[in-house]
Design a protein around this ligand. Structure first.
Ligand SMILES: Cc1cc2nc3c(=O)[nH]c(=O)nc-3n(C[C@H](O)[C@H](O)[C@H](O)COP(=O)(O)O)c2cc1C
Length: 318
């Protein structure tokens, strides 16, 4: 299996999904350290980029997280060309979001609106491809609703436009995140196009990561919510793929990963954003025994020393 998107080589097929409000640089680096083969930025609005002529403060990149896919959202070819030129120095891959179901985004005729009105997609991708030598990719949903599933047609349009991969979140816009992702659509898309297909939806452990590869034939598996607070999902997937063995992190590893995230926040990012760090720790304690009372205390911590004390106390007592 050649793990390539355009000329970008990936070490394994497991990818951190674009997650707005989650994928800060520290978290992406942690996912990378636990085995993500590729990490995505969260979506960046092209109009914002073009107006400000720089990256938003909250978006930072570094070389250790490479390869990285920078995701853009927009619909106007001219603005897209300019936005691509701004993000190009940071990106190994430039991705377009044609799946966001957010009401504002739909109102701006972007994101999943374009899965309903796909005739604009070739112009958008064409403008991006014309502005960069880096691979351009697209992320779509299965359709607008259950009556208008069109991911195969849209996937072919994306291929014909010259994009180098297509990611399918196998839910409709109407579903948002509810119900089950329909993996049979990922298989249909894979059978219909020659560019790599990135399957996405409901992978939360190593077994499911390998199952998606086996059942759909997709080239890569993208993981979103399963990675929030649980970067170990990438190690689980790689271990299951290589050895058919379920890996589970020990409490010591969870402790080490939390400390590592705190360290990355403090020493790697320019922006510290204490509240965001606490949110990551909150997610990581979601399923852990006895964490409920600690989650309440976590929200009350006021600085990094209090936070460190609480993290150490939790792991010492559990
Ligand atoms: C908090 C959150 C933020 C998201 N932000 C983005 C985004 O910026 N761009 C995008 O294409 N998809 C975004 N998504 C969708 C995910 O990338 C992914 O397609 C979806 O969560 C399904 O995958 P999963 O079942 O592995 O979570 C977001 C999802 C969540 C839960």
């Amino acid at each position: 299996m050649t793990l390539k998107i355009g000329k970008v080589k990936l070490e394994n097929p497991f990818i951190l999904a674009p997650l707005h409000g989650v994928n800060c640089m520290a978290f992406r680096l942690l996912c990378k350290e636990y085995g993500a083969g590729l990490v995505y930025s969260s979506m960046i609005h092209v109009n914002w980029l073009v107006k400000e002529k720089k990256l938003p403060e909250a978006i930072e990149f570094c070389k250790e997280e490479k390869p990285i896919a920078v995701q853009l959202i927009g619909n106007d070819p001219k603005t897209i060309k300019e936005a691509v030129e701004i993000v190009e120095p940071y990106a190994d891959i430039i991705d377009f979001n044609f799946g966001c179901p957010d009401g504002d985004v739909l109102g701006w005729k972007m994101g999943a609106y374009l899965v309903k009105h796909p005739d604009k997609i070739p112009k958008i991708l064409g403008a991006a491809i014309g502005a960069t030598n880096k691979p351009v990719t697209a992320k779509i949903r299965s359709g607008w609703d259950e009556k208008s599933i069109n991911c195969v047609e849209v996937g072919k349009m994306i291929e014909d436009s010259g994009a180098e991969a297509v990611a399918l979140h196998a839910r409709t816009k109407k579903q948002v995140y509810a119900g089950k992702a329909d993996w049979t659509l990922i298989k249909k898309l894979k059978d219909a196009v020659n560019i790599p297909v990135i399957g996405n939806g409901d992978v939360t452990n190593g077994f499911l990561g390998k199952s998606m590869l086996d059942k759909t034939g997709c080239d890569f598996v993208m993981i979103g919510r399963g990675a929030m607070g649980y970067p170990f999902v990438f190690k689980e997937c790689n271990d299951f793929l290589e050895r058919g063995k379920e890996y589970r992190p020990s409490m010591q590893e969870r402790h080490d990963a939390t400390i590592r995230l705190m360290d990355l926040y403090k020493n790697k990012q320019n922006k510290y954003r204490f509240g965001e760090l606490k949110q990551h720790i909150m997610w990581s304690w979601k399923w852990l025994k006895g964490a409920k009372e600690f989650r309440v205390k976590l929200m009350q911590t006021k600085d990094e020393n209090e936070l460190l004390e609480l993290v150490n106390e939790y792991f010492k007592t559990h």
